[in-house]
Design a protein around this ligand. Structure first.
Ligand SMILES: Nc1ncnc2c1ncn2[C@@H]1O[C@H](COP(=O)(O)OP(=O)(O)OP(=O)(O)O)[C@@H](O)[C@H]1O
Length: 336
């Protein structure tokens, strides 16, 4: 039986949104599980916001299906709104009121009794690190403080899912780190499902369990970083980078003759450089991992090994490969 933690909480199948002739979201198949932190990653105009609006019932799909907590947002928007907290990229507050006042207003709109609301709001302000700003008007808040208040504002109605559109936009690095930590804690400690839309690879990589890459309305890849890296590296080849000295003709020849080698990119050496004590670099790609054989070869040739590592693909490589290589769009079939 499927455990609670793995139960789907958001399901989209063949979800499509057209604006006139333009397809903003095309045939989207995606399932997000309870408690997951999922990152929607993609350039401007990729369809991230349109997807979010369909989940919230704020725009109707042209075709296909979306279910949020088992509900159809187009038919049951209020039910969905009760369960989902949405923080747009530019949160609006009453600027001449305090953070506490703003939270109490949101609580009132959500039908929370005033006594409970006050306690909850104070607790939330502490949780997002705004407990020392109780008398300050929101108009005087920094962007980072506003975003933290935005998170408290979506949490006050105790949602099952929070959707954050570019939550770290315009915040300094320290503020970003704190905000990401807060989001991660919310998911880990309280089982909250988090959907995060972003342009920032590194931030998404830090806290998301899985990432979906959107390009031109299509979800072209989805998975954890490891599985995306595998998709990137799907011909099974392994690349090893090494640094050694002194370099010799023998070392060159033996490395380029390794069994299972696909490509060898040795240093550009002159006779003089062969005797250099400065380490030189080589890149070896094989049909399998040649790290230990390459290391042994260096030592057998009487050279010192200054470094050797199997190349690991990060989200950066993946992002560039998918976003800059139109040819990769074909891989979109059958992802979950
Ligand atoms: N109300 C609308 N009417 C017509 N076209 C729209 C409308 N909303 C969005 N679009 C178009 O749909 C496409 C997807 O836009 P969307 O805002 O979903 O992208 P996005 O990935 O969220 O981009 P960004 O990162 O800039 O917010 C874009 O080409 C956009 O111009």
């Amino acid at each position: 039986m499927e455990s609670f933690a793995q139960a789907p909480i958001i399901e989209m199948s063949r979800l499509t949104k057209k604006y006139g002739e333009q397809t903003a979201v095309s045939q989207l198949d995606l399932t997000i599980r309870r408690g997951e932190v999922y990152g929607l990653l993609g350039p401007n105009g990729a369809g991230k916001t349109t997807t979010i609006l369909m989940m919230l019932g704020l725009t109707e799909p042209s075709s296909g299906k979306v279910r949020v907590c088992g509900l159809d947002p187009a038919r049951q928007p209020l039910e969905v709104k009760r369960r989902v907290g949405y923080m747009p990229d530019d949160v609006g507050f009453y600027e001449d009121r305090t953070a506490l006042d703003n939270l109490l207003l949101t609580a009132r709109l959500n039908g929370i009794p005033i006594q409970d609301a006050r306690l909850q709001a104070l607790e939330l302000l502490e949780r997002v690190g705004l407990q020392h700003t109780l008398t300050k008007k929101v108009g005087a808040f920094s962007r980072g403080m506003r975003q933290r208040l935005g998170i408290a504002d979506v949490l006050i109605k105790k949602p099952e899912i929070i959707i954050l559109d570019e939550p770290t936009l315009g915040i300094d690095p320290e503020g970003v780190r704190e905000l990401l930590e807060l989001i991660e804690q919310l998911s880990r400690n309280e089982g909250l499902t988090v959907l995060l839309s972003s342009h920032h690879l590194h931030q998404v990589q830090q806290i998301c369990d899985r990432v979906g890459l959107f390009v031109q309305g299509k979800l072209i890849a989805s998975g954890n970083i490891e599985s995306l890296a595998k998709q990137l590296d799907d011909d099974g080849s392994v690349t090893v980078e090494l640094s050694a000295a002194p370099w010799s003709k023998e070392l060159d020849e033996r490395l380029s003759g390794l069994d299972g080698l696909l490509t060898y990119n040795g240093p550009d050496v002159s006779d003089h450089a062969y005797s250099s004590v400065l380490p030189l670099d080589a890149v070896i790609t094989g049909t399998r991992d040649l790290t230990s054989e390459a290391a042994r070869t260096v030592l057998d040739c009487g050279a010192s090994l200054f470094g050797i590592r199997r190349k690991q693909y990060g989200l950066d490589d993946i992002y560039h490969r998918y976003f800059e290589g139109g040819g990769q769009l074909e891989r979109s079939n059958g992802i979950q």
